[in-house]
Design a binder for this molecule. Structure first.
Ligand SMILES: NC(=O)c1ccc[n+]([C@@H]2O[C@H](COP(=O)([O-])OP(=O)(O)OC[C@H]3O[C@@H](n4cnc5c(N)ncnc54)[C@H](OP(=O)(O)O)[C@@H]3O)[C@@H](O)[C@H]2O)c1
Length: 264
């Protein structure tokens, strides 16, 4: 599948995976809509993309402000006329034990990662149905498939996305609308720096595991390959990916390992 002239809306495009994906898709000649909260940063990404493609638009979007999302979707659809792909990538991680995490942090993570993502997807769904064509690509996490220490709230948000999008995929079977769940392992981005700690502040530091994680441009190549093939669910990372199969085929071993594994 070629991405040339496809209208692709990417959330979380100001940093990390979303930013790298924007550069990769610009090289493929896509028409891009870049969203996140930091418009000035998005405009820098826009300028870089415009070296490789002709049309790149910036749309401010805060996934936590659910009430504003339907109007933003209406505006974007009106301006572009047609959307081919929504890449639900924006999100925040967590670095705190459950016992040290205030409930407000559980709520904010659910608001941003889960409710914000489904508010956007549900607002765009009527357009995809009307077009009888569309593609939801949602970036979850390996922790969307198994839980790890220090991620209880975050893993819950990503598990919730799997439940929602697996159901949606089944409902849209006859509408020419696909769903891909992309599950990253440790990818070298700002994710641990931006992650909430127990009191809701940003951790502000790079984890070792993140620093030694997969390079983001290697990740985006694999992500694009999965999108081309319209895979249902893919796991992308280094050796941490093996935990998916350990949990699936040897759950007793998963329970043994996960309590001891270093996730920071
Ligand atoms: N890197 C990894 O190892 C890893 C592993 C598993 C899953 N993931 C997932 O991959 C996705 C991208 O993360 P990343 O690694 O690229 O991290 P990142 O560098 O921290 O980027 C996160 C992006 O999300 C946006 N964002 C955060 N809060 C937002 C909000 N309230 N509204 C709209 N946008 C918001 C940020 O933009 P603004 O600050 O401009 O809003 C930024 O563009 C996330 O969903 C993350 O959970 C990453």
């Amino acid at each position: 599948m070629s991405f040339k002239n496809k209208v692709i809306w990417i959330t979380g495009a100001s940093s990390g995976i979303g930013e790298a994906l924007a550069y990769a898709l610009a090289k493929e000649g896509a028409i891009l809509i870049l969203s996140s909260r930091k418009v000035a940063v998005l405009e820098q990404v826009q300028q870089s993309c415009l070296k490789d493609c002709k049309e790149v638009y910036v749309q401010a979007l805060d996934l936590e402000q659910h009430d504003k999302i339907p109007a933003i979707v209406q505006k974007v659809v009106k301006e572009r006329g047609h959307i081919d792909i929504l890449v639900n990538n924006g999100g925040i991680s967590q670095r705190s034990l459950t016992q040290d995490t205030i409930f407000e942090v559980d709520k904010r993570l659910m608001d941003i990662n889960y409710l914000g993502t489904i508010a956007l997807s549900k607002a765009l769904l009527p357009t995809f149905l009307k077009q009888q064509q569309g593609y939801f690509v949602t970036v979850t996490s390996l922790t969307g498939v198994f839980g790890t220490p220090y991620r209880s709230a975050y893993a819950a948000t990503k598990h919730a996305l799997h439940g929602f999008f697996d159901s949606l995929r089944a409902e849209l079977r006859e509408d020419n609308i696909d769903v891909t769940l992309i599950c990253p392992g440790f990818i070298k981005t700002q994710v641990s720096i931006n992650a909430f700690v127990g009191n809701g502040e940003a951790q502000g530091s790079m984890d070792n595991r993140q620093n030694n994680g997969m390079q983001v441009d290697v990740f985006t190549k694999k992500m694009l390959r999965a999108m081309r093939k319209r895979k249902k669910e893919v796991y992308i990372g280094k050796k941490e990916v093996v935990m998916i199969y350990i949990k699936r085929y040897m759950p007793w071993l998963y329970h043994k390992i996960i309590a001891r594994v270093r996730v920071r």
